[in-house]
Design a protein around this ligand. Structure first.
Ligand code: ZN
Length: 159
């Protein structure tokens, strides 16, 4: 191999290692965020839903009928979660989306609380509770991500 290629390869490899290191440190940092941190950062209602897995009352959330175009971010840590283009009217009382913006940005886990078998949806970065996902959604995915407005913050698309 010409030495210039070996040189570039080494640099790219070095950058990759530093990025991995940064990523790893961010993950550790997020795991360490204490209840105190979240109590300071979030409102009382946000804390109840995001950190204590509460549910906002149906038909009360600020994004239920929101038709703005944009990206919905995690209200806890700012991770992009849902695109307004995948939002649909479900009639359930909570904002509903048929898919997440990026599969890796959310975590789905089995939830057997309240005598029901449901799938809980969490922000994969901060572990904040977002809502639940059901398989009675519209095409193309057939999924319904039923998400608390209070767990989200939209950044509108500028026309
Ligand atoms: Zn988050």
């Amino acid at each position: 191999m010409p030495s210039i290629i070996i040189f570039l390869y080494k640099i790219i490899n070095r950058i990759n290692i530093s990025l991995n290191f940064l990523y790893y440190n961010t993950m550790i940092e997020n795991e360490k965020k204490s209840d105190e941190y979240w109590k300071k950062k979030l409102t009382k209602d946000q804390y109840y839903v995001l950190r204590e897995k509460g549910t906002e009352a149906p038909f009360t959330g600020k994004y239920l009928d929101n038709k703005e175009k944009g990206i919905y971010y995690c209200a806890g840590c700012g991770t992009p979660l849902f695109d307004s283009g995948t939002k649909f009217k479900s009639g359930t009382g909570w904002p509903s989306f048929y898919t997440a913006i990026e599969k890796d940005n959310i975590k789905e886990i089995k939830d057997t609380s309240y005598g029901m078998i449901r799938t809980e949806v969490l922000c994969s970065k901060c572990g904040g509770h977002l809502g639940h996902v059901f398989n009675d959604g519209p095409r193309p995915t057939g999924m319904r991500y039923c998400i608390n407005s209070i767990s989200l913050d939209i950044i509108s698309e500028k026309e």
